[in-house]
Design a protein around this ligand. Structure first.
Ligand SMILES: *[C@@H]1O[C@H](CO)[C@@H](O)[C@H](O)[C@H]1NC(C)=O
Length: 410
């Protein structure tokens, strides 16, 4: 009996160790903390899969647990005044400094878009609330944090449109004036899917002939920028990295566009391109737009083109995929050239690293002033790990550098 118990104990122990252990590169700091954090995320993801399998609750519904757990009630304090408002029918959190202004002095503003793969997250999560307060106090700025609607309840372009309506509303001279914001010092910024929305908004505003107030800068934190090639070197290198494994990113992409599961499987196989997207592959050609050190270990082959497999009437996702409001990397240089000054943050251990690297390179080649900050020990989502118990030193470094850039450029 005893030996059976010991055996059972050993098997369970080995199983737990195997489950908790995930290979994490040596140069990432606080590896054990990241391993445990990742174990939690993976467990939740497995639970979500299981729940969907049993028909209890869909995958994203279970994953929303993280968003709910981290939810706070944003309250005003002695330094920051917070209010919930509606801009063109979309909820926003307005963070304003209490600090006195000099006579006639106008403030900077940052429109911030949270991450979460267009499916998860909220401006009301503790990490975003904290970041907004830091921006307010360190830059004496107004922060507009946008509560756009999420997939799978709402698909593309709802997320983009919610954000665009907010930005258009805010960038009116009388509205800016009512918040004492200088129309020449407004930024759009976001992380991950929020970085995608920020890049898309910056492009669409520039193309809008009726838009008079322009953005001064765009600050993109490990942004998602293209859906056509999901096998870039960074997708290959980091497919099993913590926080955002490739399967989760593919799930986010496919659910952004549709609830039809077949898109997920074809995106997993990277054979989701069609004759309609083929002509745009040149804009995401990583053998042309990645620095040599990042591509030399990989052989480029363009994603295969499925010959007219898309059944009639169901080509919605194909249309969405090639839409620059979803994939801002898919525009010609002429659209990039007039864009505002950019800050692009990338992390080495991130499937999205090459999206950011290619955008930084293409913007620069088009003549845009770009600051590209690459964290060689960074992992996806790091900036949001800024509160206990998942507080990482790298989050503090990233926030400081990001805020410093805004101080100098906004
Ligand atoms: C990608 O770029 C390489 C090198 O610049 C070029 O040889 C190749 O034809 C390009 N392929 C596509 C699909 O754009």
């Amino acid at each position: 009996m005893r030996s059976k118990a010991v055996l059972l104990f050993l098997v369970l122990g080995a199983f737990t160790a195997y489950y908790v252990y995930s290979p994490i590169p040596d140069d990432i700091e606080e590896r054990w903390k990241l391993m445990l954090t990742d174990c939690f995320f993976r467990s939740l993801s497995h639970l979500a899969d299981f729940s969907e399998l049993l028909g209890l609750k869909d995958y994203m519904g279970v994953m929303m647990f993280i968003t709910f757990v981290e939810r706070v009630v944003p309250v005003s304090d002695e330094r920051v005044q917070v209010a919930e408002e509606l801009f063109s029918g979309v909820e926003v959190l307005m963070y304003q400094p209490r600090q006195e202004r000099g006579a006639g002095e106008m403030r900077r503003a940052i429109i911030y878009l949270h991450g979460g793969g267009w499916c998860l997250g909220s401006s009301r999560m503790g990490p975003y609330d904290l970041l907004a307060r830091q921006l307010v106090t360190e830059l004496n700025a107004v922060v507009v944090s946008v509560e756009y609607r999420l997939a799978p309840a709402h698909h593309f372009p709802v997320q983009f449109e919610d954000v665009y309506h907010v930005v258009k509303h805010f960038l009116q001279v009388d509205i800016l004036d009512s918040y004492k914001v200088d129309p020449e010092r407004v930024a759009v910024s976001g992380d991950s899917a929020g970085g995608n929305l920020a890049a898309a908004v910056a492009q669409q505003l520039q193309l809008d002939p009726e838009q008079h107030v322009k953005l001064k800068v765009q600050a993109l934190i490990y942004p998602v920028l293209q859906a056509l090639d999901l096998n870039t070197p960074s997708y290959q290198q980091n497919q099993h990295m913590p926080i955002l494994p490739r399967t989760l990113m593919v799930r986010f992409w496919s659910q952004y566009f549709t609830s039809d599961k077949s898109l997920f499987w074809s995106m997993m196989a990277n054979d989701h391109n069609s004759p309609e997207s083929a002509a745009l592959l040149k804009f995401v050609n990583w053998s042309a737009f990645l620095p040599e050190s990042y591509r030399q270990a990989y052989n480029y082959s363009a994603p295969p083109i499925a010959a007219n497999e898309t059944p009639k009437g169901s080509n919605g996702p194909v249309r969405s995929m090639i839409d620059p409001r979803a994939s801002p990397l898919l525009v010609p240089d002429a659209v990039l050239r007039p864009l505002p000054k950019a800050y692009v943050l990338t992390c080495e251990y991130d499937v999205l690293r090459d999206d950011g690297m290619m955008y930084a390179m293409r913007l620069r080649q088009a003549g845009v002033d770009v600051t590209h900050e690459h964290y060689s020990d960074g992992f996806h989502g790091a900036l949001m790990f800024n509160i206990w118990p998942t507080d990482f030193e790298i989050a503090r470094r990233m926030a400081n550098n990001y805020i410093l850039w805004l101080k100098e450029n906004l």
